[in-house]
Ligand binder design. Structure first.
Ligand code: SF4
Length: 382
């Protein structure tokens, strides 16, 4: 692999073709490390179009690391609401506090120190070091993996540990071959090439800066005409599906009384967010209302009457899918206790806006509000 040639072509192409994004106000390699950090964490598993609005709103609310560290976790989760993978937001917050205590608020320009912070892995460390401090440190995200696997025509599954090691070595060779001062631009160009030219479904080799004559090819897959077959993706396992029941539990008459929300445990999935309580349908449950009664008893220690269905929501998480069946319900007996949740509250419909909710529960809230404005809004409960 002619790393020097690849790096030079990438940097030249990037200077002309990079997209204008809000976190790119300074050249790659010379950016505010906090801005790089936030944008890179937000961009993980998330489309750039979606990230832009969240990033702008986040930087308006938490413009500095110090402001983020001083913020309340609920404000942070509210700001992140809808972006998914909420551990990213919790870890950003924890890491910001750690940087304030251990480094006086200065994000360290050191790989080991960065890797010791919550939520920072080799990719994010490489991005911060190259894009903010111009260090020739490699990065390897999904886009870069695809480009490198095509450049080297790797014919083994891309998640194979030996392939991942090989790709890290190639990423390092390229960024180390960049001209002094161009490490950040070189890394960003690799990611940008994967996002714009060497895309999963379509490699636009004829306009690719790495397309070279057959006598001295830079991209082996393109030279051999197998770019459409690279990378070799791992076989996907079937995605499990679960039916889940959730209750909008009214303290008294629906829409005339308060309703109960529960906070999820900090250390689990969607940790720290609020929800309408409930859980997975188990084999022993006679039906969804029975499942909901059991879940409320186990999670909050009181009994309910289950009423009319409110809404059904389909949602796909990374490793499973759910069908969420939300029901109106009414408090029947017993005082709520936080047995298998972090906290609970009786709130009004208006007060729901002050709490961070997952996307599925936001859909329940939207359905509730629709019900609230309809003329005939009193569902039967019990
Ligand atoms: S030549 Fe084609 S396959 Fe190779 S990096 Fe460029 S777009 Fe991708």
């Amino acid at each position: 692999m002619d790393a020097r040639s690849i790096a030079a072509r990438l940097v030249a192409w990037h200077a002309e073709h990079q997209r204008d994004l809000p976190w790119r106000s300074a050249p790659a390699g010379f950016r505010d490390p906090y801005a790089v950090w936030v944008s890179e964490i937000m961009a993980q598993q998330t489309r750039i179009d979606t990230v832009v609005d969240y990033y702008v709103a986040w930087m308006a609310r938490f413009p500095t690391l110090a402001r983020l560290a001083a913020a309340d976790q609920q404000d942070i989760l509210k700001q992140w609401e809808g972006l998914g993978y909420y551990a990213r937001a919790r870890n950003l917050h924890k890491a910001a506090r750690q940087v304030m205590v251990e480094y006086g608020g200065e994000i360290p320009a050191n790989r080991q120190a960065l890797l010791a912070l919550p939520g920072i892995g080799p990719y994010t460390a490489g991005a911060i070091l190259s894009l903010a401090f111009n260090q020739p440190q490699p990065i390897l995200d999904g886009n870069v993996k695809r480009v490198l696997s095509r450049l080297a025509d790797i014919d083994r599954p891309i998640n194979d540990p030996s392939v991942v090691k090989e790709l890290w070595r190639k990423a390092a060779a390229i960024v180390e071959a960049a001209e002094p001062g161009a490490a950040g631009a070189c890394n960003e160009a690799l990611m940008e090439l994967g996002a714009l030219i060497c895309t999963p479904a379509n490699s636009r080799c004829l306009i690719c800066p790495l397309h070279a004559p057959a006598a001295a090819p830079l991209c082996l897959a393109a030279d051999r005409g197998v770019q459409g077959e690279r990378p070799i993706m791992p076989k996907r396992k079937p995605t499990p599906h679960y039916d889940v029941a959730a209750g909008v539990i009214w303290q008294g008459a629906p829409y005339e009384s308060r309703l109960l929300i529960a906070q999820r445990a900090q250390d689990g999935m969607l940790g720290g967010l609020w929800e309408f309580p409930g859980g997975k349908l188990e084999a022993g449950d006679a039906d969804l209302p029975a499942c909901l009664r059991r879940e409320i008893d186990e999670e909050l220690g009181f009994s309910i009457q289950v009423g009319e269905p409110l809404i059904t929501v389909e949602h796909a998480f990374t490793h499973f899918r759910i069908t969420l069946h939300a029901f109106h319900a009414r408090h029947a007996a017993g005082e709520p206790r936080a047995i298998d949740c972090a906290d609970w509250r009786w709130v009004t419909l208006d007060e729901l806006d002050g709490f961070p909710f997952p996307v599925t529960d936001q859909k329940i809230i939207a359905a509730l509000r629709q019900g609230a404005v309809s003329a005939n809004n009193a569902p039967a409960v019990g």
